[in-house]
Design a binder for this molecule. Structure first.
Ligand code: ASC
Length: 613
């Protein structure tokens, strides 16, 4: 296969140059080619003085004229001081950036990412979120589940095929490293000549994250200590790595905060009046559920987690950690001014200020402050509009994957906050997940069954007696590293059942993410799921397929998937602290069909004996 840099020569130099300043995410990036996703003060003067619609068209055409191929990336992961919200924070960067480079590919391409761990004293693993890893379960990047961690100084090679077009993510899957900044986006374009069920002039992407000033280590230690120390709300919300912390807030250490630092210039997206933009929005927040809006502009939702949606219009897009959406936005408002892009924490009573950016109508200056007060966004405690959006997401009528009409197994998963020996944990059916020392994929393939507990976790909870609306009485969960073993090629239903936390009158929103599969979203409901009534209302006609889904406060969410991808797959709450506190499970299916494991994933626990460097 031809190396990427040779292919890139085909793109005219003139558009390459413009592209790197203006349309960063439309073209595959090599290791050396790194582009900034936003305008900033340094590169603003370099914009062409006359920027025509044709410029954009050239860039866009170049993006889709590439052929299927191997895309090779070389990444170095290390700690660096960054000021994404003006506050100095030791962050994990990829090739100097956080968020890391957007991986841009075309359906069917093979992605190779050579990751060098330069964290010095810290292990590493990277998960390719939304990529199903068909025939490459060892490349899923989930430390403890599909691989041993990559130790400092080592280089690990991830190799996998991006088999479907759409918007995906990548991020650290080791401890709580994700929130230190090790995250980014993957954009998979349709093959040449394939037309999507909507049209647009330009394709952009935005990663939403929340940002903490405390180190992940302080946070992880607090979560696993007695007394428990909660991570609290994030200090900032970042729009593609850009935020703004109030450096003059009374408790702020002024020596660590620099309000004029060039890294914390606001996020800006420049648009040409009259044009339509496909905005791919992903969330990799550590904790926050978000609402995103562009002041005064409607957004038409067209894609969710890589699947085309029957289009619907929103003013605010609710997005949970681990989800991606594409929305279409037409720059059809008064072109003489700029508009706010705003993102707000919902579902938690958070004092975190809204993340703000500028939706810049060309040729206004990208930094010109919109003349209006930034939108305040929806109320944090109104659940109904969020449930309404969840329910509105249906498969596009021309792209329906009809689900199996029945299932072979139903697993009801009660989500609870518990204490275990005094420690604060989260559990499923009263079992709080612990990571094993030997990754399951290796343990199962090499018959090292003694390396984890063999009694499977329960398929249900005490449905009759458990009161989901109140703080559970005298319930003490256990911890376990046991897993669910699914019969290969069967259809499995999962009912996520939410409940009250340990705080009275409180139930949180949890975004659950399934590795290795997409699932059909069969339905949502309030209160306790009723096995004899609720399945009658499932959407078995046009459900959307997704890989991440919220379970709303005091509600339930029903999913269905086919256990047809040989491997070992995590299913967990995508709130980083909650998974860290045990809110997850693991599924095995078709382990006997998994090919020979690469020795590069081995080296820890009992897999040491198979490791050949
Ligand atoms: O896991 C959590 O702990 C806190 C709180 O319940 C205890 O301080 C919180 O809001 C969580 O989501």
């Amino acid at each position: 296969m031809e190396p990427q840099h040779q292919k890139e020569q085909k793109i005219p130099e003139s558009s390459r140059q413009k592209r790197s300043q203006t349309s960063p995410d439309t073209i595959p990036q090599g290791n050396a080619v790194e582009t900034s996703p936003v305008f900033n003060l340094e590169n603003f003067p370099a914009l062409p003085t006359v920027f025509t619609k044709n410029d954009f068209e050239v860039l866009n055409k170049a993006a889709v004229s590439v052929e299927a191929r191997v895309r090779h990336h070389k990444w170095e992961v290390k700690y660096e001081y960054k000021f994404p919200d003006c506050f100095k924070k030791l962050s994990i960067s990829i090739n100097g950036k956080t968020p890391g480079p957007t991986i841009v590919a075309q359906q069917g391409d093979t992605i190779i990412v050579e990751v060098k761990n330069s964290l010095m004293t810290e292990n590493l693993a990277i998960h390719w979120h939304g990529i199903r890893q068909i025939r490459t379960p060892w490349a899923d990047g989930t430390e403890g589940i599909t691989q041993c961690p990559v130790v400092p100084g080592d280089t690990f090679v991830y190799k996998f095929v991006v088999d479907r077009p759409g918007t995906y993510l990548y991020h650290a899957h080791y401890g709580m490293q994700r929130q230190a900044g090790l995250q980014g986006m993957i954009k998979v374009l349709v093959p040449n000549g394939i037309v999507e069920p909507f049209s647009y002039d330009h394709d952009r992407n935005i990663l939403l994250t929340d940002w903490y000033h405390k180190s992940t280590y302080e946070q992880a230690a607090g979560l696993s200590s007695l007394p428990f120390v909660w991570v609290e709300e994030p200090q900032s919300i970042l729009i593609h790595g850009k935020g703004r912390f109030n450096c003059s807030a009374p408790s702020t250490d002024a020596t660590l905060c620099n309000a004029t630092h060039p890294q914390c210039t606001p996020f800006t997206m420049t648009v040409v009046p009259g044009n339509t933009y496909r905005l791919r929005i992903g969330s990799l927040t550590a904790l926050a559920a978000l609402s995103f809006e562009i002041e005064g502009h409607n957004m038409t939702v067209v894609e969710a987690d890589g699947h085309y949606v029957e289009p619907f219009v929103v003013q605010n897009l609710f997005i949970y950690s681990g989800e991606t959406y594409s929305v279409l936005i037409k720059a059809d408002q008064d072109p003489t001014r700029n508009y706010w892009a705003s993102t707000k924490v919902v579902s938690r009573n958070s004092a975190t200020p809204n993340g703000l950016g500028i939706f810049n109508y060309y040729p206004n200056h990208p930094r010109r402050r919109p003349p209006t007060i930034p939108p305040v966004g929806p109320r944090w405690d109104e659940v109904a509009p969020r449930v309404a959006q969840s329910v509105a997401i249906k498969s596009h009528k021309d792209f329906i994957h009809t689900p199996p009409q029945t299932s072979d197994r139903v697993i009801v998963m009660l989500n609870t906050q518990n204490r275990v020996n005094g420690f604060m944990r989260w559990s499923v059916n009263n079992v709080s997940f612990n990571m094993p020392h030997t990754p399951y994929l290796i343990a199962l393939k090499h018959n090292l069954l003694h390396t984890f507990e063999q009694t499977p976790p329960p398929d249900n909870y005490d449905h009759e007696n458990y009161d989901i609306f109140n703080v559970a009485k005298n319930v003490n969960a256990t911890t376990s590293n046991s897993i669910y073993r699914l019969k290969f090629n069967t259809t499995v239903d999962i009912i996520l059942q939410n409940a009250n936390t340990l705080n009275p009158n409180n139930s949180e929103t949890h975004p659950w993410h399934l590795h290795g599969h997409d699932f059909w979203v069969l339905g949502y409901g309030n209160g306790k799921f009723n096995q004899s009534i609720d399945p009658k209302n499932y959407n078995l006609v046009n459900p959307i397929m997704k890989n991440t889904i919220p379970v709303h406060p005091y509600g339930w969410t029903a999913l269905r998937f086919r256990a047809d991808n040989p491997g070992v797959w995590a299913f967990h709450c995508h709130i980083e602290s909650h998974f860290f506190m045990g809110m997850g499970v693991v599924f095995e299916e078709g382990i006997e069909k998994v090919g020979k494991l690469p020795t590069s994933i081995m080296g820890c626990g009992e897999s040491k004996r198979f490791h050949r460097p």
